[in-house]
Write a protein that binds this ligand. Structure first.
Ligand SMILES: C[S@@+](CC[C@H](N)C(=O)[O-])C[C@H]1O[C@@H](n2cnc3c(N)ncnc32)[C@H](O)[C@@H]1O
Length: 970
C-alpha cells in the first residue's frame, strides 16, 4: 500500500463519517481536482479495486455485494485499519446501492409511462426503432457482447436483492473497532467470497444467466491480479488506437429522451428538471425507511430487471459518488437560464467581434474578445504559442442523455474567440501502441503514462469509468475484460495527427467534450519547444505536445453545451450519422442531427453539395463568378444560423485565392481580412493558418496562382469603400452576385451612388467590358497555368530546349536527304561503294522494297560479296591468291574470266536464298493465294561458297555490272 495517507485521515480525532458525508454534497460545484473526496488520497490500487466493483454494480447480487464490501474492508484492515477510509468506501457503496434501487423503481414508473406514450405517439418510437435498425449493420462486430448485455435474464437466476436501509448498512459494514481488528473473520469472509467468485467464474463461459456478477468479483477483488498494482490483467487485445469503438451504443430505451425529442425540448433543460426532480426524490428516499424500497423492489424485478431495461432510470439516482466528483447540475433555484435554441441566441453574442488591424497590433480586443498580441512580427514561424489569453474555465460536466452520455456545459456566457479551457494531455503515439504486444503491456503502458500525469490526474482518470457506466447503465463485457484503464482510454481519447505523428490524446476536461456537426468550439494543440541552459528556445529540437486548447468559435450562452468537431462532417443528417458511426463508433446525436430540417442541417447539406465546386481549380480559372457565388451562399447560410464554423475560414481563404488568380487585389484584400479574423477566433493568434494569411496580406502576390489572368485587375485602394459600406452591398460586390457564371465584374465596374433626401447610398454597376482572359504567358507561368514555382518554370525551359533539339535534328536529316537525292556521284568514292550503288540501282526494281530485301536476309556485306564474286568470276578482279574466297579451290584466275558463252548466259540474274525450301514454301503460298504464279524455268542451284547457294534464274541478266564497269573505266 502506498504511504500517502494524509495526516487528517490517520488521526482518529478528525471528522468521522457524518462530517464527510455532510460536507461532500455541498461541494458539488467545485472544479475537478478540488473535490474533498479526491483529496483523501486513497491508495491507487484501492481506487482501482473500488472502481472495478462500481463498474459492474448494476448487476451485483446481495451476496456478492456483501462479500465484495467485506473483502474491501478486510483489505483495508490488513493495510492499516483506517476507519475513515472504511467509512468513506461504505458511504460510496451505500450511495450506489440506493441509486441502484432508485433506478429500478424509476424504471418501473417510466416503463408504464412509455407504454402509455407509445400508444399516443407511435411515430417517435418507430423513428427510434428505425435508427436502431439502420445502425445494426455497422454494429455487427459486437453483437455478441450486446446480446450479453441486453438479453433479459430469468428473474429466478438473479439472487434476491435485499434492500438494506442506511442504518443497517452502517451497522453491518462498519463494524466496531474490535470487529475491525479481527482479521481472521474477514479472511474467512474473503475466502468465502473467493470461493463464490471461483465457482461463478467457472460458470462464466456458459453465460446467459448472471455473467456480470462473476466478472465483477473476479475483476475487482479476487481476480488474477498484478502483484504490483493489485489489478486484474485484461484478458483480450485492447486495440487502443484509432478511436475504434467496437462497442456500439446500447439500445436506447430512454423514455426521457424520447419525451424530450418528441416535444422538441432542449436536452439540458429537460435534464435540469429531471435532475432536480431526481434529487428531491432521492432526498426523500434518504430520509424514508427501507420499507419503501421493500415495497417497490419486487414490482421492479417483475418487469424483467434486465440491464437494458434499467436504462432510462438514471435521472432518479441520488447524488452519488460521481456527483461528488462531477459537479452536479445546479438546483432549480440557481440563476441558470434555460437553454435557448441556437437560432434564438442574442445577436450581440454571436456576431463576430470585428477586429481591425489596429485592434490586433495594439493588443486591444474586439467586442468581448481579449486577445493580447504584442507584436505580430514577433511571431516567427516556429514560435511557441502560449495561451496568454485568460482561460474561462466556466464549465461543468452534466449528464445529457443515455445516448450521448455526459457533456461539458458553459456556466457563463462565453464570447467568441475566448479560450474555454486548456487541458494537460496524456498522449499515446501509434509507435508506443504498436510496442504493446499483449493487453497487459497496454495496461502497464497506460498506467505508467497516467501516473506520470500526477496523482489527481490518475485518480480522476480511473473514476471516469463510473460516470461512463452511469451513462450506459453498465459497462459492456468487452470493457470489463479490458479493465478500467484501457476501457477508459478507449472511450475517452480523441485521435489526432500532430507534427507528422499519429496517436491519441486525453485530457480530463477534454474527455467530456462531445462532437457536434456545427460546433461552437474548436480544438487546437499547442507545441512546446525546450530551452537550453541560457533559457534560449531550441527551435532545432523536436517539439513536445503541449496543451489542448478549446476555443469558442461562436458565442456560447450560459447552459449551452460546449462542442467540438471530431471530424468534418457534411451532407444530410443521415450521411453525417453514418460517417460518425464509421469513424468513431457512435451515431451523431448533435443538435443539427436531431432536427434534420433545421437551418443548420440545411447549411451542412449545402456545404456538402458546393464545397467541391468551390475548390475546383478549373472553376477558379474559368468560372470565377460561379465559384464566388457558391461561397456567398455558404457564408450567408452560416451567418443565418449564426455560426462561425471553422470550415468557413477555408472558404474565405479560397475566395481570396480566386481573386488573386485574376489579379483582383481589392477583393483579395477584403477576403483575406475576413479570413484572418475568423482564423484568429477559431484557432487563435499565431496559428499556422493565421500566420500564412498574414503573410499574404503583407504581400498578396505571394498567394499561389496570383496574376494568372488580369480579368479582375484592381488596386488594394479600391477595397476601401467596400469595407466601409453596408454588409449587403459588400456581399454583392465581393461575391460578384450580379455577374454571369463565366464572367468577372471588376470592382471598378461598381459606382457608389450617393444617397440624398434620406435615401441610402447604393452601388450601381457601370457597364464596362469584361476583359477576356489573356493568352497564357509561358515565361511567367507553368503549363498548368496556376503554379509559378521556380521548379515548374525550369521544367518549361527544359521542354523548350528539347523542342529546339528536335527541330535541329529534323533539319539535319532533311539536309542529308536532299544531298542524297541530288544524284551526284563522287569520283573519289572507292570502287566497292560505286559497285554497291550500281548494284542497288540494278536490283532495286526487282527487289521492289527494302522490306523484301530484308526478308531474304541479304545484308550489305553479303550483297557486296556476291557482286565481288561475280566480278571475280567475270573479270578476275579482286583475287587475293590462295586465300581468295572468291576463287574456287584457291585458284588464281589469270585475266578475264574464261566462262563460255553458255555459262555466261546461265550466269545471269543472281538471287541468293538462305533456305530454298522456305522460298519454295512461300511461293507455294503465293501460288495458292493468287493461283496463277508461274515459274518459267526450274532454278539451277549452284554452289558458290561455303555457306551460300546461288540460284541462277534464266532470263535475268547480270551484264549490267560489266556495262557499268566499262562505262566507269572509260
Ligand atoms: C470523448 S467522449 C465524450 C464524453 C461522453 N459523452 C461520455 O459521457 O463519456 C466521446 C463519446 O461521447 C459520445 N458522443 C460524443 N459526441 C456525440 C454525439 N454528437 N452524438 C452521440 N454521442 C456522442 C460517443 O459515445 C463518443 O464515443
Amino acid at each position: 500500500m502506498e504511504n500517502n495517507i494524509p495526516s487528517h485521515l490517520s488521526n482518529p480525532s478528525l471528522p468521522s463519517t457524518s462530517s464527510i458525508s455532510s460536507s461532500s454534497p455541498s461541494t458539488s460545484l467545485a472544479p475537478i481536482g478540488a473535490n474533498p473526496l479526491l483529496q483523501t488520497s486513497l491508495p491507487m490500487h484501492l481506487i482501482e479495486t473500488l472502481t472495478n466493483a462500481l463498474m459492474a454494480l448494476s448487476s451485483i447480487s446481495a451476496e456478492t455485494w456483501t462479500a465484495s464490501v467485506s473483502s474491501i474492508v478486510s483489505r483495508l484492515n490488513e493495510n492499516g485499519n483506517v476507519r475513515e477510509w472504511v467509512e468513506l468506501l461504505l458511504l460510496i457503496l451505500m450511495n450506489e446501492l440506493l441509486g441502484f434501487l432508485g433506478s429500478r423503481i424509476r424504471r418501473a414508473r417510466t416503463t408504464v409511462q412509455t407504454e402509455a406514450k407509445t400508444e399516443v405517439e407511435p411515430d417517435s418510437v418507430s423513428e427510434a426503432s428505425e435508427e436502431e435498425a439502420s445502425s445494426d449493420d455497422l454494429e455487427e462486430e459486437s453483437v455478441s457482447d450486446q446480446k450479453q448485455e441486453t438479453e433479459p435474464k430469468p428473474a429466478q437466476s438473479k439472487p434476491a436483492l435485499e434492500p438494506i436501509s442506511v442504518s443497517k448498512w452502517k451497522l453491518e459494514s462498519i463494524p466496531e473497532h474490535e470487529e475491525l481488528s479481527l482479521p481472521e473473520k474477514n479472511h474467512v469472509s474473503e475466502k468465502k467470497f473467493e470461493q463464490t467468485a471461483e465457482s461463478e467464474q467457472k460458470s462464466e463461459p456458459t453465460e446467459g444467466s448472471t455473467p456480470d456478477q462473476t466478472s465483477i468479483s473476479v475483476q475487482g477483488v479476487t481476480g488474477d491480479q498484478d502483484s504490483e498494482h493489485g489489478w486484474q490483467q485484461p484478458m483480450s487485445d485492447p486495440k487502443i488506437g484509432g478511436y475504434e469503438k467496437l462497442e456500439p451504443e446500447q439500445k436506447i430505451t430512454s423514455d426521457d429522451e424520447l419525451v424530450s425529442e418528441t416535444r422538441n425540448e432542449p436536452d439540458s433543460e429537460s435534464q435540469d428538471s429531471i435532475n432536480s426532480e431526481s434529487q428531491k426524490e432521492a432526498l426523500a428516499k434518504h430520509t424514508s425507511t427501507g420499507c419503501q424500497h421493500q415495497q417497490e423492489e419486487p414490482s421492479v424485478r417483475q418487469t424483467g430487471g434486465s440491464d437494458a431495461d434499467n436504462a432510462g432510470a438514471i435521472s432518479l439516482r441520488p447524488p452519488d459518488f460521481v456527483s461528488h466528483y462531477l459537479p452536479s447540475p445546479p438546483s432549480p433555484t440557481s440563476s441558470m437560464p434555460p437553454l435557448l435554441p441556437l437560432d434564438e441566441l442574442p445577436p450581440e453574442l454571436l456576431r463576430l467581434p470585428l477586429m481591425n488591424e489596429h485592434n490586433l497590433t495594439t493588443g486591444q480586443s474586439g467586442r468581448g474578445l481579449n486577445i493580447q498580441i504584442d507584436n505580430l512580427s514577433n511571431l516567427t514561424p516556429n514560435a511557441k504559442y502560449e495561451v496568454r489569453e485568460p482561460i474561462t474555465n466556466a464549465f461543468q460536466v452534466r449528464f445529457i442523455n443515455e445516448r450521448v452520455g455526459w457533456g461539458l456545459f458553459a456556466t457563463q456566457d462565453i464570447p467568441a474567440g475566448s479560450v474555454v479551457l486548456a487541458d494537460k494531455l496524456m498522449s499515446v503515439w501509434s509507435r508506443e501502441e504498436k510496442a504493446c504486444k499483449t493487453p497487459h503491456d497496454t495496461h502497464v503502458m497506460l498506467e505508467r503514462k497516467s501516473t506520470a500525469m500526477g496523482t489527481d490526474w490518475y485518480r480522476t482518470f480511473l473514476l471516469m469509468a463510473r460516470s461512463r457506466m452511469t451513462g450506459k447503465k453498465r459497462p459492456t463485457a468487452r470493457e470489463r475484460r479490458l479493465g478500467v484503464l484501457t476501457a477508459n482510454w478507449e472511450h475517452y481519447h480523441l485521435p489526432i495527427s500532430w507534427e507528422g505523428r499519429v496517436g491519441g490524446i486525453m485530457g480530463l476536461n477534454l474527455a467530456w467534450v462531445n462532437h457536434a456537426c456545427i460546433p461552437n468550439c474548436t480544438l487546437s494543440l499547442s507545441t512546446e519547444y525546450g530551452t537550453d541552459e541560457n533559457g534560449q528556445v531550441r527551435w532545432d529540437k523536436k517539439p513536445k505536445l503541449g496543451k489542448a486548447i478549446i476555443r469558442a468559435c461562436s458565442g456560447i450562452r450560459t447552459g449551452e453545451e460546449i462542442t467540438i468537431p471530431y471530424m468534418q462532417t457534411g451532407g444530410t443528417a443521415k450521411m453525417r450519422k453514418k460517417n460518425t458511426m464509421q469513424r468513431f463508433g457512435f451515431r451523431c446525436h448533435c443538435r443539427s442531427c436531431k432536427m434534420p430540417d433545421c437551418n443548420a442541417d440545411k447549411m451542412l447539406s449545402k456545404y456538402h453539395r458546393l464545397v467541391n465546386g468551390i475548390y475546383n481549380p478549373g472553376n477558379i480559372a474559368d468560372k470565377p463568378a460561379v465559384t464566388l457565388q457558391a461561397a456567398a451562399a455558404l457564408t450567408g447560410q452560416a451567418q443565418y444560423v449564426r455560426t462561425n464554423d471553422p470550415r468557413l475560414v477555408n472558404i474565405w481563404v479560397n475566395c481570396a485565392l480566386i481573386a488573386g488568380h485574376h489579379s483582383d487585389l481589392a477583393r483579395a484584400r477584403c477576403f483575406l481580412k475576413q479570413a484572418r479574423e475568423l482564423a484568429i477566433i477559431s484557432e487563435g493568434p499565431g496559428s499556422k493558418l493565421q500566420r500564412r494569411i498574414s503573410k499574404w496580406q503583407e504581400c498578396m502576390t505571394m498567394m499561389p496562382g496570383f496574376g494568372a489572368t488580369n480579368r479582375g485587375l484592381s488596386t488594394p485602394m479600391e477595397a476601401g469603400p467596400i469595407l466601409k459600406e453596408d454588409d449587403e452591398y459588400d456581399r454583392r460586390i465581393l461575391f460578384m452576385l450580379d455577374a454571369k457564371p463565366s464572367g468577372y465584374l471588376r470592382v471598378s465596374c461598381y459606382r457608389l451612388r450617393p444617397g440624398g433626401n434620406g435615401t441610402e447610398q447604393q452601388w450601381d454597376i457601370v457597364d464596362g467590358p469584361d476583359p477576356a482572359p489573356p493568352k497564357l504567358n509561358i515565361d511567367a507561368m507553368s503549363p498548368s497555368g496556376v503554379c509559378r514555382d521556380p521548379g515548374c518554370y525550369r521544367s518549361v525551359m527544359r521542354i523548350k530546349q528539347m523542342e529546339q533539339r528536335r527541330r535541329e535534328d529534323r533539319e539535319h536529316r532533311r539536309h542529308n536527304k536532299r544531298q542524297a537525292d541530288s544524284g551526284c556521284m563522287d569520283p573519289e568514292k572507292d570502287f566497292v561503294a560505286i559497285l554497291f550503288e550500281l548494284f542497288y540501282e540494278e536490283f532495286a526494281p526487282q527487289m521492289k522494297s527494302r522490306k523484301r530485301f530484308r526478308r531474304n536476309k541479304l545484308n550489305t556485306y553479303e550483297m557486296v560479296s556476291e557482286i565481288m564474286d561475280g566480278l571475280h568470276k567475270c573479270f578476275g578482279i579482286g583475287c587475293k591468291g590462295e586465300n581468295c574466297t572468291y576463287c574456287h579451290h584457291g585458284e588464281v584466275l589469270p585475266g578475264p574470266c574464261e566462262c563460255d558463252d553458255e555459262h555466261a548466259e546461265q550466269n545471269q540474274g543472281v538471287q541468293v536464298q538462305d533456305n530454298p525450301e522456305r522460298v519454295e514454301g512461300k511461293k507455294k503460298k503465293k501460288g495458292k493465294k493468287k493461283g496463277k504464279q508461274k515459274v518459267d524455268a526450274d532454278p539451277v542451284v549452284q554452289d558458290v561458297g561455303a555457306e551460300r547457294k546461288v540460284k541462277v534464274v534464266e532470263g535475268v541478266g547480270c551484264c549490267h555490272a560489266g556495262v557499268a564497269l566499262e562505262s566507269f573505266s572509260s
